[in-house]
Design a protein around this ligand. Structure first.
Ligand code: UGA
Ligand code: MN
Length: 253
């Protein structure tokens, strides 16, 4: 099965660095289709160049986050949900372009996480919805489900908002494409409390924790880390030039 790796991406000083690193990871993965959705008014040349050089099959889309929902550089990182409209654009693309597909797995892979190549073999094994541990997220070394004696997902070790139906990170799961196609309305939304993006999405696919297929050796291995690239500290003059840099990414080199 093809892995559809969906990446929302937004302009910032480290964007090209993060995407370059991710492109080198993905270039080692066979049978992967990278769906990159820029948070911008048009697709940028700087991102297009990275994709072109990556030796990965890709689709390059864009959609601008509603300005009212867009975080400012100075906002704390948890302030608003990110990538909502971009992931939805990818879902629309998948439903339109792959409407007849009977095989394929969809994964939401952010541009700044760290992916072990062994993750991709786990993703490929997803029958309906797969789950695995994620490293350094939610205040934990490893956020993971715990399994009951029959090997089913029973509970989660999350310590933040434990009342969430699925207290997990976006990087912790992947879905068979047929589940996405069977539920044409399921999408990410701003209409949920902070931290409920994953829970809302999985719940609206009518999944229960016990439906999740535990992968990565029964959720004992960490193959993806929620690394975060630190906000670049810029000189006053470079801060002022940030808008120029932002515009420059659209110009053909
Ligand atoms: C965590 C989760 O790992 C994300 O999957 C989730 O989207 C996010 O929280 C959330 O609560 O919305 P975090 O590291 O805090 O991740 O988020 P970012 O890495 O800053 O953003 C997630 C993705 O959205 C990235 O690929 C980023 O490039 C993109 N993004 C960010 C946009 O498309 N637009 C923005 O304005 C900001
Ligand atoms: Mn991140």
């Amino acid at each position: 099965p093809v892995i559809y790796f969906v990446t929302p991406t937004a302009f910032r000083p480290a964007q090209k660095a993060d995407l370059t690193r991710l492109s080198y990871t993905l270039s080692h993965v066979p049978n992967l289709h990278w769906i990159v959705v820029e948070d911008s008014e048009e697709i940028s040349n700087s991102v297009e160049e990275i994709l072109r050089r990556a030796k990965v099959k890709y689709t390059h889309l864009n959609t601008l986050t509603n300005p009212q929902m867009k975080m400012k550089f100075s906002d704390p990182n948890w302030y608003l949900p990110r990538g909502v409209e971009q992931r939805n654009a990818a879902l629309e693309w998948i439903r339109r372009q792959l409407s007849g597909a009977s095989s394929g797995v969809v994964y939401f892979g952010d541009d700044d996480n760290t992916y072990d190549l062994r993750l991709f073999e786990e993703i490929r094994n997803v029958k309906t919805a797969g789950i695995w541990p994620v490293g350094i997220v939610g205040g934990l070394f490893v956020e993971t489900p715990s399994l009951d004696s029959e090997g089913k997902v029973q509970k989660f070790n999350a310590i933040w908002k434990t009342e969430r139906p699925f207290p997990i990170d976006m990087a912790a799961f992947a879905l068979h494409i047929s589940l996405i196609l069977k539920n044409p309305k399921t999408a990410f939304t701003y209409n949920v409390a902070r931290g409920y993006q994953e829970s809302h999405f999985l719940s609206s696919l009518n999944l229960l924790p016990s439906d999740l297929q535990p992968l990565a050796q029964n959720c004992t291995k960490v193959y993806v880390w929620h690394t975060r690239t630190e906000k670049s500290v810029l000189s006053k003059s470079n801060q002022q030039r940030l808008a120029e840099y932002k515009n420059a990414q659209f110009t053909k080199l």
